[in-house]
Design a protein around this ligand. Structure first.
Ligand SMILES: N[C@@H](CCC(=O)N[C@@H](CS)C(=O)NCC(=O)O)C(=O)O
Length: 241
């Protein structure tokens, strides 16, 4: 892997050349939870990759030729094929590369992972609303909504009686939802899992995973990034470099 802590490419930068044979490229941003999904899968499967960080507050013009939405993550392989949308990038990597299979083959088990993904789907926008709330809002309503969403996930673990969402070992669904749980503490949202003991145990188990632990974001840098990002600063994505 290379480039994970390199400065991001901004407007006016030259587009990068072709992807070297034997590597896959990920367009990323150091603090993006969606890109973290892709990086977790790359790590977990041991896939050789290079990272190009994009300045999301001052995007290079050419970035829209990689993803018409202009969002990270995007994968690019050495044949020039492009894959965007984080969940799609993860599934692509699992299917295109050998090594540990993260999605189950069994159609029902696979459907279960996708159902948990849907159950989780309100969490990212709630966390974003919490981050973007005005200073005078206390956020208690959003916290209550998050608690309700976490209760649904707690119920899944209670019914399954397993440590992880796909069974007793970590699989794709765990990586897909993890980045938001990692951020609870730095966002001072940890109290939202006080009523969900199984989810808390899952979080502790996740931190033990080598891919997860190698990609933990640094709390101080994340806070610094967030302050600048909310002010739309073009320096946000490179905070701490
Ligand atoms: N649905 C997309 C969401 C990706 C996303 O929102 N990425 C953010 C960074 S965390 C982004 O690129 N923001 C740039 C922008 O909003 O212009 C996915 O799952 O890949």
């Amino acid at each position: 892997m290379s480039g994970g802590s390199a400065r991001s490419l901004a407007k006016g930068s030259a587009p990068p050349g072709p992807v070297p044979q034997g590597l896959i490229r990920v367009y990323s941003m150091r603090f993006c939870p969606f890109a973290q999904r892709t990086l977790l899968v790359l790590k977990a499967k041991g896939i050789g990759h290079e990272i190009i960080n994009i300045n999301l507050k001052n995007k290079p013009e050419w970035f829209f030729t990689k993803n018409p939405f202009g969002l990270v993550p995007v994968l690019e392989n050495s044949q020039g094929q492009l894959i965007y949308e984080s969940a799609i990038t993860c599934e692509y990597l699992d299917e295109a590369y050998p090594g540990k299979k993260l999605l189950p083959d069994d159609p029902y088990e696979k459907a279960c992972q996708k159902m948990v993904f849907e159950l989780f789907s309100k969490v990212p926008p709630l966390v974003t609303s919490f981050i973007r709330r005005q200073n005078n809002e206390d956020g208690s309503g959003l916290k209550e909504e998050l608690r309700k969403e976490f209760s649904k996930l707690e119920e899944v673990l209670t019914n399954k009686k397993t440590t992880f969402f796909g069974g007793n070992s970590l699989s794709m669904i765990d990586y897909l939802i993890w980045p938001w749980f990692e951020r609870l503490e730095v966002l001072e949202l940890n109290e939202c899992v006080d009523h969900t003991p199984k989810l808390k145990l899952w979080m502790a188990a996740m931190r033990e995973d080598p891919a997860v632990s190698s990609l933990l974001i640094e709390t101080k840098a994340f806070r610094g990034f967030l302050d600048l990002y909310l002010q739309n600063s073009p320096e946000a994505c490179d905070y701490g470099l």
